[in-house]
Design a protein around this ligand. Structure first.
Ligand code: FE2
Length: 196
């Protein structure tokens, strides 16, 4: 069983307190649903796995959707804690990003991915085995992941992240606001951990 985390968030520029409040409510829903599904699986499987095979199978599929929603939102909100902080260009992550994306910039690349059609997440991963930074798009939140790779940066581009502040066509403006508020030291710390 998991408990919803509490985030210490500053007031964000371009993302309203009300939007953040509603978004955290959605995050807490993922935690609640993950726990509820886990309980149901245990009960149904214990009662009679064969008899309950179909609901159990469906619940097992749904559970990872809830888990991914929970964990991605934890990555997302933690990135705002401590307030906006720029990427250290001369640091380990700054150098690795420059090597990967030059002449483009990681913000430009992640913005383009985030603006792809459909709900999901633009995600930057690090693969220690290949020493590669990989940027991708997870449809909804459970599809298209690079398995086993730690997540460095998670940009939520579901409509619920921007609808209140910018309307249905405001994803681009929201993504700009996201990067304005991003604490890059959190991303740098994740990169340090991923390299160990
Ligand atoms: Fe979200």
């Amino acid at each position: 069983m998991y408990e919803a985390k509490k985030f210490t968030l500053p007031s964000l520029e371009g993302i309203s307190d009300e939007s953040v409040k509603q978004h955290i409510g959605l995050y807490e829903g993922y935690v609640k649903n993950f726990n509820a599904i886990s309980k149901q699986i245990a009960e149904l499987a214990m009662e009679d796995w064969e008899k309950n095979m179909h609901p159990v199978a469906e619940l097992i599929r749904r559970r990872s959707f809830e888990f991914d929603g929970m964990r991605l939102h934890e990555h997302y909100f933690e990135q705002f804690e401590g307030g906006a902080k720029e990427l250290a260009a001369g640091g380990a992550l700054g150098k690795a990003l420059q090597k990967t994306y030059k002449p483009k910039d990681v913000v430009e690349v992640m913005t383009k991915i985030g603006n792809m059609r459909g709900p999901g997440w633009a995600i930057l991963y690090y693969d220690k085995k290949g020493d590669e930074l990989l940027s991708g798009f997870s449809g909804e939140q459970h599809q298209g992941h690079f398995v086993t790779l730690p997540i460095l940066l998670a940009l939520d581009v579901w409509e619920h992240a921007f609808l209140l502040d910018y309307g249905a066509t405001g994803k681009g403006k929201y993504i700009d606001a996201f990067f304005k508020n991003l604490n890059w030291s959190v991303i740098e710390k994740r990169f340090d951990e991923a390299q160990k």
